[in-house]
Design a binder for this molecule. Sequence first.
Ligand SMILES: [Zn+2]
Length: 324
Amino acid sequence: MKRATVLVMAFGCLAQMASAQTPQAQAPKVDTPESLAHIKKAKDAGGAMWAKEENFLCEDPTARNTPKAPDPGPVKLFDNLYAIPGTYGPGNAVVYLIQTSQGLMMIDSGRAEDVDTIVLPGMKTLGLDPMNIKLIILPHGHGDHIAGSPWFQEHVPGVRVYMTAADWDFILKPGRGGGPAPATLPKHDRDIVEGQPIVLGDESITPVNIPAHTPGSIALIFPVKDGGRNHVVGYFGGGFFASGNAELDRQFVQSIKHFKEATGKMHADIELMPHPVMDNFGQRLAAFRARKPGDPNPFIVGEVNFGKFLDVMAECTEASLARK
Ligand SMILES: [Zn+2]
């Protein structure tokens, strides 16, 4: 048990982040006029709303050691969307659930050790039946997103688990940051393919390829309702950085631009992510819980601000590339 846990941790987003930072610690890169220009663009795009994101991504690598958040408890964010944040942080993700007319869709399965302690109790609190989960979408193949899913494959009859073919391959590769013991891996089930919506009942999720963080990372665009009104979530499922490798960083920028184009076409106005450590998730959640009837939902940021969130991400990656 202990061995599996360590391996899964070594496989997760946090471990990759640590390894990406090691070379930087040995030979710190310095800003250049070009990198400073990108940081300025990020600050200008981010403004007050995304200042924390700009600092986290552009300026303060130590912010990536952000400790786990205190568990804010499970929450119904929209008429048909639930979040189980747990002690979310750079190394563990928020699990989302969408209620459809034909059962539940789960986005991200969290870590194996969170199933019994966070995800199942959270679902119980929210009044959701795990046996009603019809499909699970794994945004990318790191252990902190996939390792909870084998429990559902084993216990929920008929559940379908979706990941891109690239990341179904990726999780089997030996030496990929130290893979988890095979027993913790989900069994290869359905492939996510860009251009093929993932549909359950009255809900349809549009997947968008965003390779870089892993070869098969995926972003999702899907409608939700707030007080009966239609809104659209943009969910960037590919971490918040590539790897520190210049080629992957360039690919990461292209992936962000690709997602921005897709979310622009579909009018995404809600920003959600697996590790919401830089997007004011905690403050939004506190404001959400304090809101009075008729107050706006603080998770609805609007289309323009959604685009700016992605601009900050792209500019900070460019800044990293331009440092010498
Ligand atoms: Zn990751």
